[in-house]
Design a protein around this ligand. Structure first.
Ligand code: UD1
Ligand code: MG
Length: 448
């Protein structure tokens, strides 16, 4: 049996933030959510989060996770003190307890699984995750004998100059035999530089404590300041991008690209520089996105190209070309083989196949048919100051440059709108509509 307790009560002074440290966001998820997610391969009996500083906010952030129980640490007197708070909650519990720092968001589920397996097969009192860091600054140092049995853990601020040279560090990730831990916790002292109860001191009271190195030392990174938060984001991004490149996605200048882990890509997608893919975005094979594009919560079909454009909450069908400089948002749905760009904004509008809006337009709350040509500068005037109204444009219709379509309005099929028209009334199929004043010429005119 395994329970997990996550330490999430600290303020995170070094973040210099109003927000508790564990609620800082890393790639769309808070640190504490990421720590909970790292337990996904374990069959957990109980999930306990220890809250304190702005505990209500932490609880609120985890409100959708029904199986999480909370324990309060009203005063933050150290990591050992935090774990002491779960003793009443786990009274009578027999089994192992994983204790995880709430500021270690890069752990892989496989690593935790391995830690628990080692702990159980070796019948240890405690097993802790360690790493050999090129730069161990800021971490507690772990000293072991030749069999990886831990002799002591010394916080950096309590280390002598020579102990500081030691590169094996404590990741703040532990698996304990609960009964032995519960017996050791009351023995903790505050005999250290910070005068806090350190969880790490329990190794002095336990029989068999083993250290296990993480395969990838980057997983053990703790977040104590904004610089480490930024570095963690880069590590996550590298993982996500490497996975997609292995799956057949091409990235050009991958360092300048960011991709949320919720995004789905098919093989043979090409991502160009300075492109950002966010939320529930899906991109089908053969599409080329970027340079310089942001795609958010959108579905993009095969062989689409999106150049220097922003696409959010929208759908684009196969072979359509977007950009440069288009903005699709709020439920824009484009058919196959369309062309949209050069300062065109499309909002909550459905566009049929083979339709073009190639220059300087706003299309909002509209439905366009197939093979429509939207002339440069065409605007759907959809808002009367109170309400939005709909515009419908039939198949094969064309709007001249600088047309204003005042909604509600229906243009039939094969309608032609003359350039510069302000169209306020519905137009029947096959008509030419001219809604502008006639050109008047005054010959030989002189100013007074
Ligand atoms: C801790 C470890 C250190 C390890 C490092 C790994 C101790 C004494 N030191 O140091 O050996 O190398 O993590 O990142 O454990 N917290 C509480 N209540 C408290 C204090 C802290 O819940 O009273 C929580 C914090 O919110 C945080 C976690 O415990 O999520 C770790 O606290 P932090 O202050 O970051 O410890 P470190 O100094 O990083
Ligand atoms: Mg820390």
């Amino acid at each position: 049996m395994v329970a997990v307790a996550i330490l999430a009560a600290g303020k995170g002074t070094r973040m210099k933030s109003d927000l508790p440290k564990v609620l800082h966001s890393l790639g769309g998820l808070t640190l504490v959510e990421r720590v909970l997610n790292s337990c996904s391969l374990l069959d957990l009996e109980r999930q306990i989060v220890i809250v304190g500083y702005q505990g209500e906010k932490v609880k609120q952030a985890l409100r959708d996770r029904a199986s999480v129980e909370f324990v309060e640490q009203t005063e933050q007197l150290g990591t050992g003190h935090a774990v002491q708070q779960i003793i009443p909650k786990l009274e009578g519990y027999i089994g192992d307890v994983l204790v995880l720092n709430g500021d270690a968001p890069l752990l892989r589920p496989e690593t935790l699984q391995k830690l628990v397996n080692t702990h159980q097969t070796q019948q240890n009192s405690a097993t802790l995750l360690t790493a050999q860091l090129p730069n161990p600054q800021g971490y507690g140092r772990v000293f072991c004998d030749d069999n990886d049995l831990v002799e002591s853990i010394i916080e950096e601020r309590d280390c002598t100059a020579s102990q500081k040279q030691h590169r094996r560090v404590n990741a703040g990730i532990y698996c304990f035999n609960w009964q032995q831990l519960a017996a050791a916790l009351p023995k903790l002292s505050t005999d250290n530089d910070q005068q806090e109860y350190y969880l790490t001191e329990v190794v002095d009271y336990l029989d068999r404590v083993m250290a296990v190195d993480a395969d990838d030392y980057l997983e053990t990174n703790g977040i104590n300041n904004r610089q480490q938060l930024a570095a963690a984001y880069d590590i996550l991004q590298q993982r996500i991008k490497n996975d997609w490149m292995h799956a057949g996605v091409t990235m050009i200048n991958s360092d300048s690209i960011t991709i949320d882990e919720t995004v789905k890509l098919q093989p043979n997608v090409i991502i160009e520089p300075q492109t950002h893919l966010r939320g529930n975005t899906e991109i089908a094979a053969g599409s080329r996105i970027g340079p310089g594009s942001l795609i958010e919560n959108s579905k993009i079909g095969e062989n689409v190209s999106v150049l220097y454009s922003v696409v959010s909450d929208s759908e684009i069908s196969a072979n359509t070309r977007i950009g440069p400089y288009a903005h699709l948002r709020g439920g824009a749905k484009l058919g196959e083989n369309c062309r949209v760009g050069n300062f065109v904004e499309i909002k909550k509008t459905t566009v049929g196949a083979n339709t073009n809006a190639a220059h300087l337009s706003y299309l909002g709350d509209a439905t366009l048919g197939d093979r429509v040509n939207i002339g440069a500068g065409t605007i759907t005037a959809n808002y009367d100051g109170k309400q939005k109204h709909h515009t419908k444009i039939g198949n094969d219709s064309k709007t001249g440059s600088n047309s204003v379509l005042v909604a509600p309005l229906t243009l039939g099929d094969n309608v032609t709108v003359a350039a510069g028209s302000v169209v306020t009334k519905n137009v029947t199929d096959n008509a030419l509509v001219i809604a502008r004043s006639r050109q008047k010429e005054i010959p030989d005119w002189q100013p007074n």
